[in-house]
Design a protein around this ligand. Structure first.
Ligand SMILES: *[C@@H]1O[C@H](CO)[C@@H](O)[C@H](O)[C@H]1NC(C)=O
Ligand SMILES: *[C@@H]1O[C@H](CO)[C@@H](O)[C@H](O)[C@H]1NC(C)=O
Ligand SMILES: *[C@@H]1O[C@H](CO)[C@@H](O)[C@H](O)[C@H]1NC(C)=O
Ligand SMILES: *[C@@H]1O[C@H](CO)[C@@H](O)[C@H](O)[C@H]1NC(C)=O
Ligand SMILES: *[C@@H]1O[C@H](CO)[C@@H](O)[C@H](O)[C@H]1NC(C)=O
Length: 263
């Protein structure tokens, strides 16, 4: 009985800090060259601008997480009530920044979205503003998780895949490929940013994909239900995996979002 009571109290205590979205305080600045943020450390290249309408950000290493933080979505609001919009900006992480003053550097379009209608000039004049931010699920209703075959790919030695349209609020922790019809999975490893590369010879023929993402407090394996890469896969082409990720990985923090931010 005592054991179960302890377990129950432990459960209560741990769930008190379990949170979908922790709220953090920081500052942000902006970077006027959006294309260089887009083609930053995550490896998305200028495609990032198309996918996000230019709402992108570079993040410090604690958020970049050696690339696992690439593609994460954040809602960011500044706190000057006369200047700042209630909704703020919703950005996707595309780059790593080195900065001890701010957690993010935003594209100028995202920075502008922090301000109320018509006050763009005022926010650009400040250049750096106090913010609060939280991670939010990425929402790509019209696109499944997709992979772009990287330039460095070379049959049959190497296959590099960049993950695009990663929905939900998760991190990809492992990626395996197998020839369709085979049960021999071969692991890939994170090459850099959102780019994963084969560690072995690439199987010939059409390929299936299996990924593991963080979800809740654990991981979740997701298997593509169809061939992802055709036998004649080509560099630069984006292939649809048929997978929609909606999972949310739990965070632990003391300042949890209470769902009061407007969308
Ligand atoms: C991105 O959008 C621009 C302008 O709309 C277009 O010219 C370009 O081809 C797009 N790039 C990709 C990779 O889709
Ligand atoms: C905004 O937040 C910062 C840091 O939390 C604080 O120092 C500042 O006074 C706040 N500004 C306003 C206008 O509330
Ligand atoms: C808040 O915004 C107003 C309007 O742009 C500006 O005049 C003021 O200096 C800002 N306050 C702070 C603390 O940045
Ligand atoms: C931030 O970094 C700059 C340059 O690296 C350094 O001069 C400054 O002291 C640092 N500031 C803080 C608060 O650590
Ligand atoms: C996403 O995947 C589903 C299931 O495989 C498929 O029916 C749908 O057409 C895909 N959506 C897009 C935009 O390709």
């Amino acid at each position: 009985m005592a054991f179960f009571l302890c377990l129950f109290i432990f459960f209560l205590a741990s769930s008190a800090y379990a949170c979908d979205r922790c709220v953090h305080q920081s500052k942000v600045a902006y970077f006027s060259k959006e294309s260089s943020l887009a083609s930053g450390a995550c490896g998305y290249d200028t495609l990032a601008l198309n996918i996000t309408n230019g709402q992108i950000a570079g993040a410090v290493s604690s958020l970049f997480k050696n690339g696992a933080g690439c593609g994460a979505c954040y809602q960011i609001r500044c706190n000057n009530t006369s200047l700042c919009s209630q909704k703020g900006a919703r950005v996707v992480v595309t780059d790593l920044i080195y900065n001890n003053q701010t957690d993010f550097v935003l594209s100028s379009q995202a920075f502008k979205a922090l301000a109320k209608e018509g006050l763009d000039k005022d926010i650009f004049k400040l250049g750096i503003v106090d913010i609060e931010y939280k991670r939010i699920p990425c929402d790509y209703k019209n696109n499944n998780l997709s992979v772009r075959v990287e330039e460095s790919s070379k049959k049959p030695r190497y296959l590099g895949l960049t993950f695009l349209y990663q929905g939900g609020q998760t991190e990809i922790v492992s990626v395996d490929i197998a020839k369709v019809g085979s049960s021999t999975w071969r692991s890939m490893s994170r090459d850099h940013g959102a780019v994963w590369g084969s560690t072995n010879r690439v199987p010939e023929g059409p390929l299936l994909l299996r990924i593991e993402v963080t979800s809740g407090f654990r991981g979740k394996q997701i298997l593509a239900q169809k061939e992802v890469l055709p036998a004649d896969w080509k560099i630069g082409v984006v292939y649809d995996t048929g997978i929609q990720i909606n999972d949310i990985a739990q965070e632990r923090c003391s300042s949890c979002d209470e769902g009061t931010w407007p969308l």
